[in-house]
Design a protein around this ligand. Structure first.
Ligand code: GLU
Length: 280
């Protein structure tokens, strides 16, 4: 395209028009520099409501899982604008992989023997721990066993809810909601006493400007949550994603993503796990 003869003003108009086209619905048909040469997309499952981990914002998608998934997708041959993000709620993850709704899932997704019966995992790429979030003025929950007399909220299909029922506080009045953000509303208005899930997620909520000073974490480290990238059982993506995760750690991108996403919440993360090293 020859721009030399157009005036500065019309060039600006033209630039805006081109930018608008690039953001338009034609996006889906964009062809990238794919190995096969054609247009292609990769569909990735993330959380939409977990600040610092996976969040849909008016500006786009953000969080540690988003950065890990974007890095992995690049190594698989997909640029950022070839990624289609899909919400993968905790209870939907295995089904979404089995049905082929997504190519892979990076959504605070803990590797467990139960889940490994139906899907495969690359990783782990982060080690988190189950904890509780309570109102800042509540001093009645000093240890996990105090939860037994409380109204506790967690999410259907999560390890957090299962662990409460199996071992952490079997006598607690457990409410299971579809998302953690739904629990958060209950915690705020007093409908529930504590929200339990991974400390990595809770730290992100506690640091939100609208919740500043309202909530605090227990700091209990009740479990090990080894975040993996879920793929369809038997998929050859697992080995490729493992290689990408190793590259992400060795070239410093993992550390940069940790600092960018967990720094604002002051979340003290564990060192990068070794691929295949799932802590029980
Ligand atoms: N990491 C836990 C899990 O995979 C809790 C967080 C979540 O539900 O995504 O179930």
């Amino acid at each position: 395209m020859k721009l030399r003869k157009v005036t500065a003003a019309s060039a600006a108009v033209l630039a805006l028009a081109l930018a608008a086209t690039a953001c338009g619905s034609d996006n889906d048909k964009d062809s990238g520099s794919s190995p096969s040469g054609g247009s292609k997309k990769i569909t990735i499952g993330i959380k939409f409501d977990q600040p610092g981990i996976g969040q849909k914002t008016p500006q786009g998608y953000a969080g540690f899982d988003v950065d890990v998934a974007t890095y992995v997708a690049k190594k698989l041959g997909y640029s950022a604008n070839q990624i289609q993000w899909k919400e993968s709620k905790s209870a939907d993850r295995e089904t979404m992989l089995q049905r082929g709704d997504v190519d892979f899932i990076a959504a605070s997704y803990s590797i467990t023997p139960e889940r490994e019966k139906s899907v495969d995992f690359a990783g782990p790429y982060l080690l988190a721990h189950q904890d509780v979030l309570v109102r800042a003025d509540d001093n009645s929950i000093k240890s996990p066993s105090d939860l037994n007399s409380k109204k506790l909220c967690s999410v259907t299909g999560s390890t957090s809810a299962q662990n409460v029922k199996d071992k952490l506080a079997p006598k607690a009045n457990l409410q299971q909601y579809p998302t953690y953000s739904a629990c958060l509303t209950g915690l705020q208005n007093g409908a529930i006493d504590a929200l339990t899930t991974d400390d990595s997620i809770l730290a992100g909520y506690a640091a939100q400007s609208q919740f500043k000073g309202k909530f605090k974490l227990g700091g209990f480290k009740m479990t090990n949550e080894n975040y993996g990238i879920g793929v369809k059982k038997g998929s050859d993506l697992k080995a490729k994603i493992n290689t990408a995760l190793e590259d992400m750690v060795s070239d410093g991108s993992w550390k940069a993503a940790v600092e960018k996403n967990f720094g604002p919440a002051n979340y003290k993360n564990e060192p990068a796990p070794k691929i295949g090293d799932v802590k029980s």
